[in-house]
Design a protein around this ligand. Sequence first.
Ligand code: ZN
Ligand code: ZN
Length: 345
Amino acid sequence: MLAYTYVSPGNFQLLDKPKPTLLHPRDAIVRVTLGSICTSDLHIKHGSVPRAVPGITVGHEMVGIVEDVGAQVTSVHPGDRVTVNVETFCGECFFCRNGWVNNCTDPNGGWALGCRIDGGQAEYVRVPYADQGLNRIPHSVTDEQALFVGDVLATGYWAGDISRIKAEDTVLILGAGPTGLCTLQCVRLKNPKRIIVCDRDPSRLDFVRRHYPDTLTAAPEGLEAFVRSNSDHGGADVVLEVAGAPETFRLAWACARPNAVVTIVALYGGPQLLPLPDMYGKNLTFQTGGVDGCHCAQTLELIVQGKIDTTPLITHRFPLRQIEEAYRIFEHRLDGVIKVAVDCT
Ligand SMILES: [Zn+2]
Ligand SMILES: [Zn+2]
């Protein structure tokens, strides 16, 4: 089968590999129908994910059809159309029982697919702990509607859920890339008084205004003053930092009002400066990143109800054979791309 592979830093190749087989009674084999490319794949390509294992098939955003299941798998059956969760988790350890599945203590717990074990930019993928990692897609939901449920949308849902958003709040979202836009949809479910989205790319702010006209948009320049004059208590009540740059990390705490919640959603390429003397007395609550992606059934239900729709994020479509070109467009942000759907059939 064809599998897009992390050969060495800077070098991904579409290789012919053997089809995966069941290795454990809790595994499932999924025939991938649609996959996507995530910024984290680019982080692997450029060597900023030290845990990534050369030789693995990349890709951790996908939907497909269950082909085979191990003897202990009970929740899905061959023929089921499913979302695949980016995270591998046992469902039984201390962290899983608390819903902190990102920190599952299994040796492959957390982000393993397409990083430490073979992922899904391929025709088939083996999914460990299939009862946890797969969710059946309702009949009324298309593959494109479900494509982001296991990764970027899971991240947006998690971020919105842990940020303690209240009806009177002004919420600032830094970054309007794919994860920022999923975060925006999930923050909207909480009905805060105001949402401000900041991005330096005018076309992304334009996208936000077109799809969510009640959302305020702003560029990073002058953002602190903009947030002060568009909030009730001298700054944002809740900030979600989704962009992942040193400047956006600074803006996250600088735009927050005293006693605000600052949720770090982004994955940074390096350490960030936390100038504690400058923020003394602000009494901020920081939450550091790492999606607990165990609410896929809820997000699928929200898609059924029409409350979440991430299909406008899919701006480009390619067959698996042309995945090099899909990467080129996604990586260099060409042609107005937001997300790419890769047909793996
Ligand atoms: Zn991802
Ligand atoms: Zn666990």
